[in-house]
Write a protein that binds this ligand. Sequence first.
Ligand SMILES: [Zn+2]
Length: 183
Amino acid sequence: MKRILILLPLALGLQFCTYSQSKKQTAMEPSNQNNPVHSNSDTSNVNKTDAEWKKILPADVYQVAREKGTERPWSSPLENIKDKGTYYCAVCGNPLFISDTKFESGCGWPSFYQPVSKGSVIYAPDNAYGMKRTEVMCGRCKSHLGHVFDDGPPPTGLRYCINGVVLDFKKAQEAEKQYKKEN
Ligand SMILES: [Zn+2]
């Protein structure tokens, strides 16, 4: 009995930890304290070596962003959210997508039909694994984000299939909500 009493707070602590971690992913303030290049407004190009990135980025972000990994489908808390706001690059803070262009694709990853602007993402042919795909990278730091396919909805017909782990979501400002209420 004594042992159970000792273990119980531990188990509860772990649960809380998991909860706060998943919450952190959708929270407004990502943890970028150790990342000197992270900025939501600086558009200057970022060129760092993978060794430098490895020191700065969390392991799961590094694996997708710099090693072109893919997170497990349906694993991102960002996949189903419908809140208004902006999706930024989790590596450098560059604005990538807005919630208005997000749609439910059923593919298991956050999906958008259009990036914020033409330069916000860049593209490269990806012929790995015997597939002809188009890789999508951050226009500022060239981190791997995901792929774009031509089976998306109007108006673009494109489906940007993006790993949630390399996205930081920030809800729209209260001011914007107020503006929409008034108009
Ligand atoms: Zn970036």
